[in-house]
Design a binder for this molecule. Structure first.
Ligand code: DUC
Ligand code: ZN
Ligand code: ZN
Length: 459
């Protein structure tokens, strides 16, 4: 048989072993993996000196999201174009249910936009905000059948109409467990945030620092612990998104050690930045929720990542334009929350492996293998025979300095400006098709396809 593509001589990162494995692709699938493959292919790539990894799955993005009085700057075209240029071949986006809407109503317009625009593969976790007299809980089963097998609850954003209260979380945990879905939770305590916010504004404390000061470590930790408390008592799986604080993380680790199915995600911005960024002149640009915490939390996240306690790394990509961020220059509550990251996650994590802060196997586990497993993307997540040929070639010798000018998104500034990557993505393949090469997007708008996900089967 003649293969379509053969990637030879690379250091290939596989789930249980890494080494000099060649990878052959046929009809968009990984067809053969082995040492010194002596086979014929239409195209042969010599990856000597390069690292060959599966495409990343960014399981947390907000594309074209109405939020903070505007819409996040990347839509499904620019966001997914940027994704593949950073080695991410699948995204899971968060459409947010609006009052009165069913799950199907929530997904349909997003699905239509993706069909037309997506440059990478995609799925959705639906954020539930209103039960519609109990109908939504019924609809979870139907949604799972259609391949949407995870949902989200925001423990914050009351005035935006997005918050779920404790009773709703309790019911969602039970119902998700029943239908085989995962419940993702954004955990911060909304009432304490409100009290602190009002206090700071009254005192004239309006800078970006007070965004952090109104949502400090203990405010996230309390909600993390509440989420874990219910999940463990109900023996229901839970996935805590964007973990940023040490105390909450310790509670997750403790629950894991007790055998509970508590999963945790963190993001590159919590690994790279601390709350010191809010003291910078451009501190407003770093405003996201939860905010970056102190150095102790950052150190704890790295330690947990390297010990295997962090399940996934994802971006929470939700960029806004500079002029929109500036709405809050004299009042931190007016800054739209969210930062860019979709094109930076995999290069950042792979570069940290290259520098020895972590290792390639860990990066592949948290950025690809685990999100595929947890969120039921059965054809994704590793370079094994039969999986989709989502492949990234990383050049550990290539130096790259991130700038808004060399990104492929639609935003006009980035918190990653000036970040020096020791190593960078050289090429990205999506189901065997080259979509990014040497700094250029070479993919196709609309080539991305919906990933019908499997139900969550537990650990
Ligand atoms: N946090 C952000 O910073 N942006 C989008 C939503 C969220 O929870
Ligand atoms: Zn969130
Ligand atoms: Zn988010």
């Amino acid at each position: 048989m003649k293969f379509d593509l053969l990637i030879k001589n690379g250091q290939t990162i596989l789930p249980n072993k890494s080494g000099k494995f060649d990878v052959a692709v046929k009809d968009g699938k990984i067809a053969l993996v082995g040492k010194k493959l002596d086979v014929e292919a239409e195209e042969v790539i010599d990856a000597t000196g390069k690292i060959v990894v599966p495409g990343a799955i960014d399981a947390h993005v907000h594309l074209a999201m109405p939020f903070g009085g505007t819409i996040s700057a990347d839509d499904y075209y620019t966001g997914t174009r940027a994704a593949v240029c950073g080695g991410t071949t699948t995204i899971i986006d968060y459409p947010c249910q609006r009052k009165g809407n069913s799950i199907a109503d929530t997904v349909k317009p997003r699905m239509e936009m993706c069909e037309k625009d997506a440059c990478c593969d995609y799925s959705f976790h639906v954020a539930i905000t209103n039960f519609n007299d109990g109908k939504i809980l019924e609809e979870l089963e139907e949604a799972c059948k259609s391949g949407i097998t995870s949902f989200k609850g925001y423990m914050v954003y009351k005035k935006e109409g997005m918050m779920v209260d404790d009773g709703m979380i309790y019911q969602l945990l039970l119902r998700c467990k029943e239908v085989g879905a995962m419940l993702n939770l954004h955990a911060e305590n909304p009432d304490i945030i409100d009290v602190l916010t009002k206090k700071f504004l009254k005192e004239g404390k309006t800078s970006a620092w007070y965004h952090y000061a109104s949502r400090p470590e203990f405010v996230a930790a309390e909600a993390d612990k509440r989420a874990i408390h219910w999940a463990t008592h109900l023996d229901a799986p839970v996935y805590i998104v964007h973990m940023s604080d040490k105390e909450g993380l310790e509670a997750v680790i403790e629950a894991k050690k007790r055998g509970f199915d508590v999963r945790v995600e963190t993001c590159p911005h919590y690994l790279e930045f601390t709350n010191e960024v809010f003291k910078r002149e451009n501190g407003i640009n770093f405003v996201c929720s939860p905010p970056m915490k102190g150095k102790d939390s950052q150190d704890a996240l790295w330690k947990a990542l390297n010990k295997g306690y962090i399940d996934t790394v994802a971006t929470d990509h939700c960029p806004f334009q500079q002029a929109e961020k500036l709405w809050g220059k004299d009042d931190f509550t007016k800054i739209p929350n969210g930062c860019a990251g979709i094109e930076n996650m995999y290069p950042y994590m792979l570069c940290k492996a290259n520098e020895g802060k972590t290792d390639y196997e860990t990066v592949v586990r948290v950025c690809s293998y685990n999100p595929a497993k947890i969120f039921g993307c059965k054809d994704k997540g590793s370079l094994e025979v039969g999986k989709d040929a989502d492949i990234v070639i990383f050049d550990p010798k290539k130096e790259f300095i991130v700038s808004v000018k060399n990104m492929h998104s639609n935003y006009d500034h980035t918190i990653w400006e000036g970040f020096k990557c020791n190593g960078y993505v050289e090429a990205t393949y999506l189901r065997g098709k080259l979509v990014f090469k040497d700094g250029e997007f070479v993919g196709e708008r609309g080539y991305g396809k919906f990933i019908k996900r499997e139900r969550y089967l537990g650990k």
